[in-house]
Design a binder for this molecule. Structure first.
Ligand SMILES: *Cc1c(COP(=O)(O)O)cnc(C)c1O
Length: 340
């Protein structure tokens, strides 16, 4: 598809092939120089470790068009760091953090025509990922890897844009076991495909996962962290070793505390206290901040006071400040905005 055919204002969250992607290979203990290429297909051996033992991980970030026509991205250094953490847990080599940021810039620059215009609500989603590519049949890590980045223009993650969604408390655990919930990898998403299919069939937009051990504490959804606002305006975010450390969530906490002067608590959140919060939202690169209007726990409903028509007032203030920073309308904390 050429960028001329894209209806920017009506994009959903889907894949559209863009012109260029970045690729670098790791062999004999080192990464090659990397290059921008045009071929979107990957051809691998049938026994590649990624196919047999799912040795693969990914990241996600966005590029934005500013009002004056520049292209920027948001905190790519933190994606580089997190991918390094994930890679270590999956016995994969770290793609050097400065090279990661440079590769993001190269891909976005090459696909500049696909960065949605300012004001359309759409953005360019950037997907770095890495996989083990040599044949492995005994269970062990690969020795050769491919690091890639592609990008695709996207609209809102949830249908209906900023309208509050209804979610359910899932009977399943979000992540694969053994403390892998805090890495960004397809293995955890594979485990979420069945529960999200069940939730969608029942008419829910997402799952709220509880902690696997006691099922009393709030973890996160399939791909976004929770934020809650108390009745006296404090931002509360769940703390757990088995949820993904969302860059959006960490940024929102910083903005709330340092720009909006709010009280912020990052702590364990009991499911039993959720009914007492004034507002609830999901946050992540894809979800941005999506308000949750209702949570259903086996037929019992929690309805947040802002209702199902609009975001609660505090969530809205956080949303406007965060997206304002990302589009350079609000002054960003040092180092958060990287110009392409
Ligand atoms: C990517 C992801 C998030 C959101 O993280 P951001 O850095 O804000 O995009 C939350 N939960 C899971 C499981 C994720 O994979």
């Amino acid at each position: 598809m050429s960028n001329k055919e894209i209806d920017w204002s009506n994009l959903g969250f889907g894949y559209i092939k863009t012109d260029y992607r970045y690729v670098s290979r790791f062999k004999d203990g080192k990464w090659d120089d990397g290059a921008i290429i045009t071929d979107s297909d990957i051809v691998l051996n049938e026994c590649a470790c990624v196919f047999q033992y799912a040795q693969t991980c990914f990241e996600g970030l966005k590029a934005y068009k500013t009002e004056d026509g520049r292209i920027v991205c948001f905190r790519p250094d933190l994606n580089a760091q997190r991918m390094a953490d994930t890679a270590k847990r999956l016995v994969m080599p770290v793609f050097p953090e400065e090279r990661f940021v440079d590769a993001v810039k190269q891909v976005v620059k090459a696909n500049a025509d696909f960065v949605p215009p300012y004001g359309t609500g759409a953005t360019l989603y950037i997907r770095p990922y890495m996989m083990g590519i040599n044949p492995v049949i005994g269970v062990k890590p690969a020795e050769e890897f491919e690091f890639r980045i592609f990008c695709t223009p996207v609209g809102p993650y949830f249908k209906g844009g900023a309208k509050p969604i209804t979610i359910k408390v899932s009977d399943y655990d979000r992540a694969a076991p053994h403390g892998t919930g805090n890495i960004k990898a397809g293995l955890n998403y594979a485990m979420s495909l069945y529960p999200i299919t069940v939730a969608h069939e029942e008419g829910f937009a997402e799952n709220m996962y509880l902690d696997a051990a006691t099922r009393t504490k709030v973890e996160e959804t399939g791909g976004a962290n929770f934020i809650f606002i108390t009745k006296d305006g404090t931002l509360v975010t769940p703390k757990s070793d088995s949820i993904l450390p969302s860059i959006t969530r960490r940024s929102i906490c910083y903005v709330a505390e340092n720009i909006l002067g709010m009280k912020v608590e990052h702590r364990e959140v009991e499911f039993a206290e959720v009914k007492d919060f004034a507002e609830c939202g999901l946050c992540g690169t894809a979800a941005v901040i999506s308000p949750v209007g209702r949570i259903v726990d086996h037929g019992k409903e929690i309805n947040f006071p802002a209702g199902m028509d609009e975001m609660g007032p505090v969530t809205k203030k956080l949303y406007e400040t965060l997206t304002g920073i990302q589009q350079c309308k609000v002054e960003a904390p040092e180092g958060w905005i990287v110009e392409i």
